[in-house]
Design a protein around this ligand. Structure first.
Ligand code: URA
Ligand code: ZN
Length: 385
């Protein structure tokens, strides 16, 4: 169906949901990721991250301990809540994705059927709201290769699918694993970009005992662990020559590429000055090595979920201009806190910070700001076609 393209649409390309099928899987588990109820909490708790294990263990033995994870509110699961959030924040269209850790933990023999079920569920949500919703599919990465490839073929039949969301673990050994190349090639051939999103962060030990005791909340794993994870994953792909091996592969990096815009120069310099790499890295048939900057400008897009003008300007510069950056909210994470009733039905400061960053960095009402807020997503993800 061809839809009329709205004038100056606002497109949110970083916005998650857990459909009911996924929540019932999490509710049946006793290791992370899981959903648990606690007598002192009105909402069940969603416990996802390794950094949340110490607080989970404490809460299971001490009923007065702070609650682990985050409340599993309707914002995580309900389509009407997503649509209401979009309306409140003037978001024309959302590109939904399953939130972390996707299907990374499923037994190999269950992953294929679950991916089919979840992708079908996203497709029917999107079909119910023409022009308002698209989605990034999810892959059964623990299943055998042919199941993963069949899942990609399935996604190509779903009219609202515009790519896939992927974590950094790949098939278990990271994204520089040569076994992933057939998967990357199939995605490239199907023009399904990868939305790369962190989940695993850094080992808990780097955050220290005070973080493990809950003193710093989620700040270190989310503000620093997540972006470093993304940065390392993409640097490994670059060093392994994945971008040269699959030149049609396109990636959209969460959180403005982690720290890549800031650290690309340092990565490039370390490659240039490393005797082990000189003359080794290069394209096919001995082609000249492409720099990190070239890869960023040719195969990579960044979301604009960085919450500050400074970071946003770096992301624009890294992409060689504002045409590789796309607005996102990271909803339903980062709801307002300290508001009676949780504040999820109000205006979200986290959204406002990202809108302001675009306005300040590119000029409110400018053509560049319009591109980042929606125009780029319409073009790159072929929306409304
Ligand atoms: N925390 C998560 O676990 N995932 C997100 O996407 C954002 C915050
Ligand atoms: Zn996210």
């Amino acid at each position: 169906m061809t839809l009329q393209i709205p004038i100056s649409p606002v497109v949110d390309i970083h916005t998650h949901m857990y459909p009911p099928e996924y929540i019932s899987i999490l509710s049946s588990r006793d290791t992370i990721p899981l959903v648990r109820t606690f007598p002192s909490s009105p909402d069940p708790r969603l416990i996802l991250l390794e950094s949340e294990i110490p607080s989970l263990e404490l809460a299971l033995t001490d009923p007065t301990a702070p609650l682990p994870g985050r409340p599993l509110t309707k914002s995580f699961t309900s389509l009407p809540a997503k649509l209401a959030f979009m309306s409140r924040h003037n978001i024309t269209t959302s590109v939904l994705s399953l939130a972390n850790p996707w299907l990374d933990f499923l037994p190999p023999d269950e992953a294929g059927a679950t991916a089919h079920e979840i992708n079908t569920s996203f497709e029917s949500m999107c079909a119910s709201e023409p022009g308002r919703l698209y989605f990034f599919g999810t892959l059964p990465l623990t299943a055998p290769l042919e199941t993963i490839l069949a899942s990609i073929t399935h996604l190509t039949t779903l009219p609202h699918c515009r790519g896939i969301i992927l974590g950094t673990s790949g098939l278990g050994s990271g994204l520089d694993d040569p076994s992933l190349l057939p998967i990357f090639s199939a995605l490239a051939t199907s023009t399904l970009p990868i939305f790369l999103h962190p989940h695993y962060g850094l080992p808990n030990a780097v955050y220290g005992p005070r973080s493990a005791a809950g003193e710093y909340g989620h700040v270190l794993p989310l503000a620093l662990g997540f972006p470093m994870e993304t940065t390392i994953a993409v640097a490994r792909m670059f060093l392994a020559g994945v971008f040269d091996a699959v030149p049609e592969l396109r990636m959209i990096l969460a959180h403005s590429g982690g720290t890549l815009p800031f650290l690309a120069g340092r990565i490039e310099s370390c490659v240039l000055h490393d005797a082990a790499l000189v003359g080794k890295m290069g394209g096919k048939e001995g082609k000249r090595r492409r720099t990190v900057w070239e890869v960023l400008r040719e195969q990579v897009y960044l979301d604009a979920v960085i919450y500050s003008e400074v970071g946003l300007k770096a992301a624009v510069e890294a992409g060689g201009g504002a045409d590789r950056l796309m607005f996102g909210t990271d909803h339903p994470f980062f709801p307002p806190v300290g508001v009676e009733g949780g504040g999820e039905d109000g205006v979200w400061e986290s959204v406002g910070l990202n809108v302001q960053a675009v306005d300040k960095a590119l000029g409110e009402g400018s053509e560049e700001a319009r591109m980042v807020m929606g125009g780029n997503a319409v073009r790159v993800l072929r929306l409304f076609e």
